[in-house]
Design a protein around this ligand. Sequence first.
Ligand code: HEM
Length: 72
Amino acid sequence: MGRSDWGTARSAAIWSSPFNLQADQTRRRPAKEIYEIVTDGRIVMPAFKGVLSAEERWAVAYFVKSFGGDQG
Ligand code: HEM
């Protein structure tokens, strides 16, 4: 991979909006799956395993599970 490709990857990371976590797709996910996404990141989403402890990542997963849907 050449140096210029890293510029493209970085631009994608900067310009992609975070996902709407109230979407049905997210509400259907078990807490463990949300935990894994928060842990390892996803496509342009950064991994949080170096930033948050396992306990904190579980707390984030359950927090996301507590969100209502788009209809409230
Ligand atoms: C603690 C903060 C964050 C949490 C709890 C979180 C949580 C999640 C979850 C649960 C998903 C999966 C959604 C689904 O498919 O059901 C997701 C996807 C995504 N997140 Fe985050 N996220 C966080 C931070 C970020 C940040 C900082 C960015 C921006 C760079 C980001 C960008 C994305 C994108 C673009 C997706 C969609 C990926 C795809 O297409 O599959 N997230 N996030």
